[in-house]
Every structure is written in structure tokens, then in C-alpha cells.
Design a binder for this molecule. Structure first.
Ligand SMILES: [Zn+2]
Length: 80
């Protein structure tokens, strides 16, 4: 199950898109799938509907789709 997060404190005008955590570990300073670095202060999405309403990072969505198809087929995609 993917975890959608977004930065708690953002500079004015910065996008408030939801990102997918690359590693599901609350204690690690994590990166998003798109490569965005996430500091410890992040907000975790309560449900998927909210991320859809408020906007998702397109790169993270693509990355998540790849991960999910990998999990379904059991075949790892070739590295790009
Ligand atoms: Zn992202």
C-alpha cells in the first residue's frame, strides 16, 4: 500500500502536491519516488480520495504505477 505524503511546511507559492514515499519507513528521512527529498515533517494522506482532489505529483504517480505492475507480475522492469 503506497503512502502519500506532502511537506508540512512549504515556501509560499510552492506546489502542495502529494508525493509517494519511496521507502515506507516513518523514521527514515525519505525520498519520494520522483526523487524529491522529504524532510521529517510530512503530512500523511488519510485517504486516496484526498490526494486525487488536491493533486498528485505526476512523476510519483507514474513511479507508483510501475511499482504496482511490478508487484502484480513479479517481473522487475528493466532499469532505464
Ligand atoms: Zn513526487
Amino acid at each position: 500500500m503506497a503512502k502519500w505524503v506532502r511537506l508540512l511546511s512549504r515556501p509560499t507559492g510552492a506546489s502542495s502536491q502529494w508525493h509517494v514515499l519511496a521507502i515506507d519507513n516513518e523514521f527514515a528521512v525519505a525520498n519520494a519516488l520522483c526523487g524529491e527529498r522529504l524532510p521529517s515533517a510530512v503530512e500523511v494522506a488519510p485517504d486516496k480520495d484526498r490526494t486525487e482532489r488536491e493533486g498528485r505529483c505526476p512523476k510519483c504517480e507514474t513511479g507508483l504505477a510501475a511499482k504496482e505492475s511490478e508487484a502484480l507480475t513479479g517481473v522487475a522492469p528493466r532499469s532505464l
